[in-house]
Design a protein around this ligand. Structure first.
Ligand code: NAD
Length: 249
């Protein structure tokens, strides 16, 4: 069943990890996908993979923290594919550190890429989404957007917590437009973000606090995004979907 046939999606941070799997999944369900990222080669490869599989996709270099770049990103979806129905605000950076050793500069950068980008994206896409009859925004937060935790920085927690409530605010502001806005909260997912933890005590600690006893797969997060993007979730807005192996249960 092609749940997203004739839909147009924009996925930020689509070059790798969760974003890449999300782009592939949305395309497999029928959507045309604008893949954006700051990693040009890897991002272009994702778009090429979709096209090779018979789908419609293009890659765009796009720094989500750059306010001016957002207009061009949305325009590329509208110009190339005729509109925008699905916005996945996925790009984010996870830094590490304590309150004491985090500089104001690195704090602000994490907030800009991981939090402010979500606001900029929704604002830039608002007009195009209003024109869609199936508009859905999915903002990728984290288990650390809903609880404290170990191993990531104060800025990452602050950003992901803000993404959770920004999502609910947007869902209420836009409820009468039909634009649905939901957040997805991955637990520990096997991507580049966790590369440094593999084979270390940190990985053992992660597995110990994850009831299903393993890392999640990017495709498992992508499946949650595809559900929220589709009409299967037509009565779901302002919600938060956890894909965390039971971490927050
Ligand atoms: P990843 O590092 O594999 O992918 C992140 C992507 O974002 C990369 O392709 C990167 O190039 C891109 N990116 C970074 N800065 C950018 C910028 N300024 N503009 C545009 N693109 C940029 O990580 P991932 O695990 O796939 O993470 C995807 C999202 O999921 C992030 O928001 C992350 O915080 C969230 N998340 C991940 C996990 C996990 O365990 N992997 C858990 C919870 C939430």
């Amino acid at each position: 069943m092609l749940r997203l046939r004739d839909r147009v999606a924009l996925v930020t941070g689509g070059a790798g990890g969760i974003g890449r799997q999300t782009a592939l999944r949305l395309a497999a369900e029928g959507a045309a996908v604008v893949v954006t990222d700051i990693q040009d080669e890897a991002g272009a490869a994702v778009a090429a993979e979709i096209r090779d599989d018979g789908g419609r996709s293009l890659f765009l270099h796009h720094d989500v923290a750059d306010e001016a770049a957002w207009a061009a990103a949305v325009r590329s979806a509208v110009d190339e594919f005729g509109g925008l129905d699905i916005l996945v605000n996925n790009a984010g950076i996870a830094d590490h550190g304590t309150i004491e050793d985090t500089t104001a500069e690195s704090y602000e950068r994490t907030i800009a890429v991981t939090q402010t980008s979500v606001f900029l994206g929704m604002r830039a896409a608002a007009e195009a989404l209003r024109a869609s009859e199936h508009a859905s925004v999915i903002n990728i937060s984290s288990i650390f957007g809903a609880s404290g935790g170990f191993g990531t920085s104060p800025a990452y927690h602050a950003a992901k917590g803000a993404v959770r409530l920004l999502t609910k605010n947007a869902a209420l502001q836009w409820a009468d437009t039909g634009i649905r806005v939901n957040s997805v909260h991955p637990g520990f997912i096997d991507t580049a973000i966790l590369a440094g933890a593999r084979g270390t005590d940190r990985e053992a600690a992660i597995l110990a606090v994850t009831p299903l006893g393993r890392l999640g797969r990017p495709a498992e997060v992508a499946a949650a995004v595809a559900y929220l993007a589709s009409d299967d979730a037509s009565f779901t807005t302002g919600s938060e979907l956890y894909v965390d192996g039971g971490y927050l249960a």
